[in-house]
Design a protein around this ligand. Structure first.
Ligand SMILES: [Zn+2]
Length: 330
């Protein structure tokens, strides 16, 4: 009995097929580019939540959930070097237009990967070099310091981070940065080792607005990554970053953000306004949720917007779409 109750709290998987966002009735008028998603973990999380899953391959999952939702491109992120067979098969499947049409439903699949940067020769340390030269690889990461979780000693984290940066900079690869509660050290390392004009994505931003301002000021090609976490009442920093950016944003100087999901987690909380018949919480987030994050950003930006005019979901999506092009070339 208890078990059944627990099971019924996960909404039916039909609800993962989202309605169109009310502020974006014609999806192709402002296509989605999800600049940071973990596709394989999202898919395996989906499979673990829905034992009778309807989509039996990751390609089915993408094709069906994103069909007619205006999802143009995703940047898939590997935290640790995955099995060679896995990443290569997926990346290769997106090499030709035919492959992208048939397997991906026309979606442009790109990826970002990083190795741990250790000198120790290991199978995991070898193929990232191969991955970096793959035509669908658009950046290096995610990498950075996390003093919130402190999964490894801070000196080790810094050591790995510096080595990864040097590697990426040498090869001219854009950087996908994960940083949490490590402002001072991250700033010092980035400023010491990354050329000013290098492209940098500070993904899933939750740190202080002051830090964001300093980084945006120093690096002209740096972007702040905004996920559904901006909609959470436990996080005030991310909205404050937007409030401070909005007044100086205009046509020549767009809002310097990238929209992302960081799926499978951090479903934007305002999505439930559009899913009023759904009981419980969706177990995963996915790229078609991005318009809800954009809507939230627009509302926050309007609190301080002046000369740049008013914000809405479409404007936020269009400006960050342009930024994705500048950042990753996608
Ligand atoms: Zn991530």
């Amino acid at each position: 009995m208890g078990k059944n109750n627990k099971k019924s709290s996960v909404p039916h998987e039909d609800h993962l097929l989202l309605p169109q966002h009310p502020g974006r009735p014609h999806p192709q008028s402002a296509p989605i580019v999800d600049t940071h998603t973990h596709l394989l973990s999202t898919y395996s999380f989906y499979r673990s939540k829905y034992k009778q899953a309807r989509y039996v391959t990751v390609y089915d999952f993408v094709r069906e959930l994103y069909k007619d939702r205006g999802v143009d491109a995703i940047v898939d992120v590997y935290c640790e070097a995955p099995e060679h067979k896995t990443w290569k098969e997926i990346a290769d499947s997106a090499l030709t237009e035919e492959g992208r049409r048939e397997l991906w439903g026309g979606l442009e699949y790109w990826f970002v990967m990083a190795n741990r940067g250790t000198k120790r020769a290991s199978p995991a340390g070898v193929h990232p070099i191969e991955a970096m030269s793959h035509p669908r690889c658009v950046g290096w990461g995610e990498m950075g310091l996390d003093y919130h979780y402190d999964n490894s000693p801070r000196e080790v984290q810094q050591d790995v981070f510096i080595r990864q940066i040097k590697h990426a900079v040498r090869l001219g690869k854009p950087l996908t940065i994960h940083t949490r509660e490590a402002e001072e050290d991250s700033e010092r390392i980035l400023k010491d080792h990354v050329p000013k004009d290098h492209r940098i994505h500070i993904h899933c931003y939750t740190d202080s607005p002051e830090w964001a301002a300093r980084m945006l000021d120093h690096f002209p090609n740096l972007y702040i990554g905004i996920t559904g976490v901006i909609t959470y009442s436990t996080n005030l920093n991310t909205s404050e970053v937007i409030r401070r950016m909005a007044p100086s944003s205009n046509l020549e100087m767009p809002l310097r953000i990238l929209l992302e999901t960081d799926a499978p987690f951090m479903t934007p909380s305002n999505i439930y306004d559009s899913l009023q018949n759904v009981k419980g919480r969706l177990p995963i987030s996915h790229s078609a949720m991005i318009p809800w994050t954009a809507e939230f950003v627009a509302n926050v930006a309007n609190e301080t917007a002046t000369e740049g005019g008013k914000w809405d979901t479409l404007r936020v999506m269009r400006e960050s779409r342009e930024n994705a092009k500048k950042m990753y070339g996608v």
